[in-house]
Every structure is written in C-alpha cells, then in structure tokens.
Design a protein around this ligand. Structure first.
Ligand code: AMP
Ligand code: GLY
Length: 426
C-alpha cells in the first residue's frame, strides 16, 4: 500500500517507524519529514498546508492511505478537500473532517460539545468584543485562579492561568482588544481552574466504534521538578500509575463513550485520533482539552508500546470496523526523554552537528528525531526539540537510566534534557 504521512516531528518519526514495520507498507512517504523519518521511508518536500500540492502528489504516486500527524491541515480542512475530489476521495484518510477538528481548533466548540453531551469539564463562559464589558465584570467576581483560553489555535500558548484579577483582566484585554493571538483570541473562553493530576488519553475512532490506546503523562516544563517555562513537552511516560483500571473505566464511561456517541449523533465525520487531556480531581475525571491528533512526545511512548499492526488499525478505521479489533500492548514501562536546543522554548540555536547517533545501544532503546535535518552527509539540529530517546523497562527508574545512557553518547552544542522524567513514580 502506498502511504503518505504528513508532519516532521518526533511524533511523525515514531509513526513512520511503526508504519514501516507493517507488511502492507510499500512505499512510505513522509512530508516533509526529518532526518529520522528518512530512515523509515522517503521524505518529500511538501508544505503540509498546500492542499493542491498534496493532492497532486497523491495522484501522481497513487497514494492509498494518508495519515495526518499535526492538527493544522485538519483544522484547515484537508480531509474535506480530499473528500470533495473524485480522484482523492477513495484514499484511506486518517484524520477528522474540518468540523471534527474543531474539537481542537475551537475551545468554544469543544466546550459546547461537552455541555451538549454531558461530558464532565470545567464550567465556563465565552466572550468576544461584543460582550467585552460583561467579560470584565465576570472576571472581577471570578474565583482565583482564572483560566483564560484563546478560542483558536495559538501554537500551544493560548492558555493563560491567572493568579489575580488584575492579571486576568490585563490578559483578557490583550487577547480580545489587542489580538494577542491574532484571530485565535477574538473569542476567549473563561474557565474554572481545576486542581488535579493530568493524564493524556488516546482513542482511535472510526466515527462509531473506538479503541483505547495506552495512556501517557507528558512533562511540559523546561526544568527538572516541573519548574520554569512551558514547552511542547520534555518527556513522557506510559503507562501512568494513577490511571488505574477503575479510573480508566470512569474515563471510558463518562468521557470516551459520550464523546464518540456525540460525534456520531451530531453527524460529524471523524476517522482518526482523539487525544483527550484529562484531569483527575477527587478521583473523578474531567476533560481539560481535546486534540484531533496524537500528542508529542506522548506518541514516542504509546506507539512503541502498541503491538498491533498500525496500517491494519487504520484500514479497520476507514472501513468502520474498529469493533472487531482487539488492542495488544507491551506491558513494560516506556519513558521518553526529549533533548532540546540551547535557548528553547525561547529563541534557540539551529544548525549544530549531532554526533553519537550511530553508536549501538540496547534494543530496549529507540532514538526518534524531532527537529533534525541532513546536510552534506551530516545530521544537524533544526528545531527547539531535537530528538528523544524512548526506553522500555520493568521500572521507571531503569527505563530512565537506559535513555540517559543513550543520551550521554549523543552530543551537539547546547544539548539539554531533563533527567527526572517519571520522577514522581519512582
Ligand atoms: P491546553 O493548551 O488546553 O493544553 O492547556 C494547557 C495546560 O493548561 C493544560 O495542560 C493544563 O495543565 C492547563 N489547564 C488548562 N485548562 C485548565 C483548567 N481548567 N484548570 C487547570 N488547568 C488547566
Ligand atoms: N504533548 C502535548 C501535545 O502534543 O499537545
């Protein structure tokens, strides 16, 4: 089967690595990919938001399956574009329609969806320039802290947690009046703060049936001990010890089932991943956010744990046969540690040569590339998050040790990584 995967991060390297193991895959193209994905298939220089160019490539190469890694093309309607073209509509498309992708693309849409389908989430109100004064009055009497969310996509920066009213009103003004996040913050969701522990839950749905993939916990802060600036993610662990079978069954009954049934009832075309950010408050699950894709770096631990053939799962998804699928998971613990560039998550350096990538390590460790590229036969840094090292073991401690051993062999100017991934589960 001719397969095209869109994206260029660690998530896509992990997906490419897994797709490449399937007997169905031949060949695998990745657009635009990175220096890691080129070890699993053929990188193609395509802009992931240039729908015409992607369509043309799919026609030329007779692509039979398209897997979309990141949210942007989905939120912009790539699935609808494919479904509208006779030459492309039969391609197995993994990723929701534009309307389905609104679960991630619009916080207000997601909140209204959850309210309609009785899915537990924080209480909220939404505001625009039209009811701005009402919003200010609402903020003044709101309990602290206050969570402000830009409605649209804001590169992961659109959520601000304010510790006092002055800060909340200033941020609200910045978002709505000063267009801090452009059009994305024309509408703002003001939400109750939920105090608890978070877990990333992943579901693959065919729009009617679903399977639950392994869950994960992501470490977002740059510094050890979960301090410092927010990042795209500095590491992950799967499984998550507090996601016990009884808590996961609450998530399934109270969140996953009503979400999938809600999509079905609302006639929203959704064949792809739903990533649900769940928070556990007093042993009850609440949805913090939905994403219409897999997480990064969570993918780098959940995909290696998955034992099913991924292409087979995707075919079952497109044929609406996920009810016939049984998921098989490696019971060992997987952790991943992300190595970043100097300066990240602020301005960072690029173009440094990476050494040590070819050193042989145990089969329990995997190196996934994020921001890397090949230049003159060398692999150089090309992003804030550069690579991540996933390791399997029976304990978190041993898995972290294994990844750290591999990372000690790898070097580039300004390399930094957290050594404490999974620390609270030791
Ligand atoms: P998001 O961009 O939606 O992933 O939100 C970023 C982070 O903000 C989440 O991972 C949570 O840690 C935090 N957050 C979002 N909404 C809330 C909330 N209602 N209460 C507490 N924390 C929140
Ligand atoms: N690791 C969180 C995300 O991918 O959004």
């Amino acid at each position: 089967m001719n397969i095209l995967l869109l994206g260029s991060g660690g998530r896509e390297h992990a997906l490419a690595w897994k797709l490449n193991q399937s007997v169905w895959t031949n060949p695998l193209y990745i657009a635009p990919g990175n220096a890691g994905t080129s070890q699993c298939g053929i990188n193609v220089d395509l802009d992931i938001t240039d729908f015409d160019a992607i369509g043309k490539f799919c026609e030329e190469k007779k692509i039979e399956m398209l897997v979309v890694g990141p949210e942007e093309p989905l939120v912009k309607g790539l699935c609808d574009y494919f479904k509208s073209k006779p030459s492309l509509e039969k391609i197995f498309f993994i990723g929701p329609s534009k309307e389905g992708a609104q679960l991630e693309g619009s916080k207000a849409f997601a909140k209204a969806f959850m309210k309609k389908h009785n899915i537990p989430t924080a209480g909220y109100k939404e505001f625009t320039v039209d009811n701005y004064e009402e919003g200010v009055a609402f903020l003044k009497q709101h309990e602290l802290p206050i969570v402000l969310k830009a409605d649209g996509l804001a590169g992961g920066k659109g959520v601000v947690i304010c510790q006092n009213h002055v800060e909340a009103i200033a941020e609200f003004e910045l978002m709505i009046q000063q267009a801090k996040f452009g059009d994305a913050s024309k509408k703002v969701v003001v939400e109750e703060f939920l105090d608890g522990i978070e877990v990333s839950v992943f579901v693959l749905t065919d729009g009617k049936n679903y399977i639950i993939l392994p869950e994960a916990k992501d470490y977002k802060r740059i510094e050890e001990g979960d301090k410092g600036a927010n990042t795209g993610g500095m590491g992950a662990v799967s499984p998550v010890p507090f996601a016990t079978p009884s808590f996961m069954s609450k998530i399934e009954e109270q969140i996953i089932k009503p979400t999938i049934n809600g999509l079905h009832k609302d006639k929203i075309d959704y064949k792809g991943f739903v990533f649900i950010g769940v928070i556990k408050v007093n042993d009850e699950p609440y949805v913090i956010e939905y994403n219409c894709r897999l997480g990064d770096p969570e993918t780098e631990v959940i995909i290696p744990r998955l034992e099913n053939d991924l292409v087979g799962l995707f075919v079952s998804t497109c044929n609406q046969e996920l009810d016939t699928v049984k998921i098989k998971v490696d019971e060992r613990i997987a952790i991943t540690i992300v190595a970043v560039s100097f300066g990240y998550p602020l301005a960072y350096e690029k173009g440094h040569t990476i050494t040590g990538l070819n050193i042989k390590h145990s089969k329990d460790s995997l190196v996934f590339h994020s921001g890397t590229k090949e230049e003159n036969g060398k692999i150089i840094t090309n992003g804030g998050r550069v690579l991540c090292v996933t390791s399997f073991s029976e304990t978190v401690y041993e898995a972290v040790e294994k990844s750290r051993d591999v990372l000690e062999q790898i070097d580039y100017d300004g390399i930094y990584y957290r050594r404490d991934i999974g620390y609270e589960f030791l």
